[in-house]
Design a protein around this ligand. Structure first.
Ligand code: HEM
Length: 283
């Protein structure tokens, strides 16, 4: 099963042109959803206004050479290795989900548009991508989500914000089941589980791509820009327009904020890591 192309057998019922048209339609959905999302949330406007304000607070200017270096560091760290996640489990689950999704989408498009191979490496990668997506997705869904892990909300409690993650793992799950049943002799079009799981796969997949405006899908385009901006803000000293990190024992800081020595004494104790002291599970 793992090395056979499930789209090959499907051509008996659905022509390659129709499959290609479907992929183009999904790409259009992603483009429109992202643009509408940007217009609705005014995120581009906010981003540029924010960057302008940060420039005013900058302590030094960052040259274009340095910006290229920052862009390379952002791609290597935040984009390719999910470096923003402090929690190792969350980072691993995100890496599995992200790479699984990319491999699954790219190999689907390659198999439908070009390589008309009945079996081989591409189908193997397609199955592997779907498996990685399931692993990362279910791990996140059952064990990592904040409201499940920290607030004790039940795993089946669904809200609109879950469209992205749920449509991701259902797409991958139904795709795998459809491929398995087909490899066992089932065919799409029969009154059988193969047809049922193929239909469920298409419904989940269409939901994933058609819901960009309402889901978290577009974060994969916005997050890299935000991470780059964050690094530039660190380099130019504007510090994301936030106050500096103060040393409470510094006399200059105490002179600036006299309530520190008044309430905490001349030598305030180190208050510890605060919110990060222990994992949040007090529900
Ligand atoms: C195919 C690409 C990607 C997939 C499938 C993906 C998947 C996900 C999923 C499922 C979540 C959890 C969302 C939830 O709370 O429901 C998430 C969160 C997150 N992702 Fe991604 N991601 C992708 C690309 C990226 C990229 C390129 C970046 C950064 C440069 C990124 C940064 C983040 C961050 C920081 C969060 C946590 C914050 C949040 O929940 O909004 N992701 N991602």
């Amino acid at each position: 099963m793992i090395t056979s192309n499930p789209f090959s057998a499907l051509t008996a019922l659905i022509s390659p042109e129709v499959m290609q048209g479907y992929i183009i339609l999904m790409a259009i959905f992603v483009f429109l959803g992202t643009v509408l999302d940007m217009m609705h949330k005014k995120s581009a406007k906010y981003f540029f206004e924010y960057a302008k304000k940060a420039k005013q607070n900058a302590k030094r200017s960052v040259g274009s050479g340095e910006k290229v270096g920052i862009a390379v560091a952002t791609v290597a760290n935040e984009v390719l290795t999910s470096g923003e996640f402090c929690n190792v489990k969350r980072r691993l689950s995100h890496l599995l989900t992200m790479y699984g999704c990319v491999i699954f989408i790219v190999t689907s498009a390659m198999m439908i548009f070009g390589a008309n191979t009945a079996s081989g490496t591409l189908p193997m990668l397609w199955h592997l991508g779907a498996l990685m997506l399931c692993l990362g997705g279910y791990w996140f869904w059952f064990f990592i989500r904040v409201d499940v892990a920290a607030e004790g909300t039940k795993w089946y409690h669904l809200v609109k914000a879950d469209i992205f993650i749920v449509s991701l793992f259902t797409t991958a799950t139904f795709a795998l089941i459809w491929s398995y049943l087909q490899s066992k002799g089932g065919a799409v079009g029969d009154m059988s589980g193969t047809t049922l799981f193929f239909v469920l796969f298409i419904i989940s997949n269409t939901t994933l791509f058609a819901s960009v405006f309402w889901s978290k899908f577009a974060h994969m385009f916005f997050k890299p820009a935000a991470a780059f901006q964050k690094r530039v803000a660190k380099a130019d000293g504007s510090n994301l327009n936030l106050p500096a990190d103060f040393d409470l024992t510094d006399p200059a800081v105490q002179a600036k904020f006299p309530d520190i020595p008044e309430y905490m004494g001349k030598n305030p104790a180190y208050m510890g890591p605060g919110i990060r002291r222990e994992s949040p599970n007090h529900y």
